[in-house]
Design a protein around this ligand. Structure first.
Ligand SMILES: Nc1ncnc2c1ncn2[C@@H]1O[C@H](COP(=O)(O)OP(=O)(O)OP(=O)(O)O)[C@@H](O)[C@H]1O
Ligand SMILES: [Mg+2]
Length: 221
């Protein structure tokens, strides 16, 4: 089967300082890749390279068979299919929960607004957040904000989800709520790359675990 993501000889430097050196990784559909490693080792940089929030210095990244570094590649389309979830949620603070979730499907996928709202309510109901549909982010707990951020990404029907320390801003209870949601996605065969320091969570969900050490991706047993 074709790999959904294929990273080939990826290098990244910042101001001539090497951060990532010759990273190679093939990821099959449905895999759940965990990336861990010391602070400053380049975990976020690697994830950000995958949807060109950072531009690699050298190398190629294939997503669904297409080289995303090809100048003809429409990176906006790629980002719609490979959605990033951040540590700090990044919800639109002046939009309600339901508007946060429906904005991109309506604007970018030209989805009918009534249909988008219907689907968003379905997602919220499934994950126990329907009663928050009209709330604003400031009225939510951290765990609820992060779950809404994940549902916002899911509303785009992504092929891959990228998580950069999705629970590190949360207390243990809220962390569990978010990890449970990510576990459900795992059971549904969502391809995911997750940066986390939570080893129990990682071992439970991962198909493979890697650490970034000395600028390189090292498999963890
Ligand atoms: N835009 C940038 N310009 C210059 N240097 C950067 C930039 N982004 C990251 N770096 C540097 O690259 C290195 C890797 O940063 P990165 O954020 O990828 O680390 P990380 O492994 O995610 O760390 P943490 O666990 O603290 O989140 C760090 O030394 C950082 O200072
Ligand atoms: Mg980071």
């Amino acid at each position: 089967m074709q790999n959904i993501i294929s990273i080939k000889h990826l290098f990244k430097t910042f101001n001539n300082m090497p951060i990532l050196k010759d990273i190679n990784l093939d990821i099959a559909q449905g895999e759940r890749i965990i990336i861990t490693g010391p602070s400053g080792s380049g975990k976020s940089t690697l994830l950000r390279c995958l949807n060109l929030l950072e531009t690699p210095t050298e190398g190629d990244i294939y997503f669904m068979g297409q080289n995303i570094l090809d100048p003809h590649c429409d990176i906006h389309k790629v980002r719609q299919k490979m959605c990033m979830v951040f540590q700090q949620f990044n919800l639109f603070l002046n939009f309600s929960v339901i508007d946060n979730i429906t904005l991109a499907p309506i604007k970018l996928l030209a989805k009918d607004p009534t249909q988008a709202r219907y689907e968003a309510r379905g997602l919220l109901e499934r994950f126990g957040l329907l009663n928050k549909a009209e709330y604003y982010p400031a009225q939510l707990s951290g765990g609820q904000k992060q779950r809404v951020a994940i549902l916002r990404a899911l509303a785009m029907s992504p092929k891959v989800m990228l998580f950069d320390e999705p629970t590190s801003a949360l207390d243990p209870f809220m962390k569990n709520e978010v990890q449970n949601l990510i576990n459900v996605l795992g059971h549904e065969n969502m391809t995911m790359i997750i940066i986390t320091h939570d080893i129990d969570f990682a071992k439970n969900i991962a198909t493979r675990i890697f650490s970034i050490e000395n600028h390189q991706l090292i498999p963890v047993q």
